[in-house]
Design a protein around this ligand. Structure first.
Ligand code: SF4
Ligand code: SF4
Length: 108
């Protein structure tokens, strides 16, 4: 394989036919804000924890849409609930509350 000096991230495309949507729907029933996310990535770009650990609300929500709740909980396990992502979210999502709900449902 040719080394171009960079790598391409794996696709985050969601195969809705194969995904188990039950987990995401369970979250959306508790937190309707989860349906507002447009995966813009502003939360991840501003995240205080992301500089040190693999933390991303955007990827956590995409993981849940793919039925991968373990990945979602892992991606938020180092969240410090600082609230920076809440301030930058263009959809006005209460991200801290959403993160707490995700951790409550999928980490226990
Ligand atoms: S900033 Fe808001 S809309 Fe953008 S990915 Fe994060 S939660 Fe979703
Ligand atoms: S609340 Fe959590 S996910 Fe949001 S910016 Fe702070 S550490 Fe990152």
């Amino acid at each position: 394989m040719i080394d171009f000096g960079f790598s391409v991230n794996p696709s985050s495309r969601i195969n809705l036919d194969a995904a188990d949507g039950e987990k995401f729907h369970r979250l959306a029933a508790l937190e309707p804000d989860a349906l507002k996310c447009m995966a813009c990535g502003s939360c991840s770009a501003s995240c205080s924890a992301a500089a040190f650990e693999d933390t991303s609300l955007r990827r956590a929500l995409l993981s849940l849409q793919n039925g991968l709740s373990d990945d979602a909980a892992k991606l938020l396990s180092h969240c410090m609930l600082c609230g920076k992502c809440t301030m930058v979210c263009p959809r006005g999502i209460n991200t801290r509350h959403l993160i707490l709900s995700i951790l409550k449902i999928y980490s226990l």
